[in-house]
Design a binder for this molecule. Sequence first.
Ligand code: NAP
Length: 319
Amino acid sequence: MDYNRCGRSGLLLPQISLGLWHNFGSFDDLHNAEQIIINAFDKGITHFDLANNYGSVPGSAEENFGSIVQRNFQGFMRDQLVISTKAGYKMWDGSYGDWGSRKYLITSLNQSLKRMNLEYVDIFYSHRPDPKTPVEETMMALDYAVKSGKALYAGISNYNAEQAKQAIAILKDLGTPCLIHQPKYSMLERSPENGLLDVLGENGVGCIAFSPLAQGLLTSRYLKEIPAGSRASNPNGALQTTDITEEIIQKIQLLNQLAQKRNQTLAQMAIAWLLKDKRITSVLIGASSVTQLYENLKSIEQLTFSEEELQQIESILRE
Ligand SMILES: NC(=O)c1ccc[n+]([C@@H]2O[C@H](COP(=O)([O-])OP(=O)(O)OC[C@H]3O[C@@H](n4cnc5c(N)ncnc54)[C@H](OP(=O)(O)O)[C@@H]3O)[C@@H](O)[C@H]2O)c1
């Protein structure tokens, strides 16, 4: 595993990071979850991404992760981990458990630290922009999180190019540079190419791409059917069966053939395709098994694409 510098910061992140949105919550197999994390770390994944609301019961992924850290990563081992969490989506009822107020962000961060039994997180994110709260207030909350030592770095997620530019400038003025942006980015989700990657590159802000496999669509999972046990078959999963259209299946079958010609699986090609852009610091995958994790990690063995391959990918995606 290589480690990429996160923007113009001192922090290095692994090419592939692991997210705990699905598969680590209260309804999931904790032994399997622990094995995925231990094996990920053994293979060089040092960065684990959480949010206050992850797990089918919000907060349960943080609780489970906290107990896994407690059992496996004590003392010096904690210093080898880069742990992130976020607040921005609905976490609790009432007036203070959603969006981007200082009240919500700081209270939520305190709760996250308690759930994970940690003294600090490495990265604290504003999970999404809030159209009603002044962006200055949200950024001041991130600045406070860092200056109080509850977080080491600040990040933003789901901000578009213009919103990111503004947030980055405010954080810079506050003296807490924006470390990283976390957008949804994959062969099937290209919106970061509409100016966001340029803003991040120009401002020395890192980029970690989430849902790089489009929640499993860019793997061999749905080439023929919706298998039992897959995210799309799970009523608690965020992937809907209606997302798996005939048009998507045709595209992924063609992409799969191209991946095979490159001696890669579709999942490996989808991850490599993101890492070809030097502005991508890390690719943030999910995995429901150690087998999937191992398959995905092999993507780094073949990261280069010929011009012809890139054009073929574009023409498949455009069809
Ligand atoms: N900032 C945000 O708003 C935001 C939003 C979403 C996600 N995220 C972050 O990004 C992380 C990753 O998101 P994601 O889970 O959607 O990522 P993803 O990598 O696109 O999808 C992961 C899912 O794809 C399937 N899969 C993975 N590897 C496979 C393989 N080799 N073969 C077959 N199927 C495979 C598994 O689903 P099955 O269950 O079908 O096995 C797995 O859980 C999250 O955990 C979270 O940390 C952030």
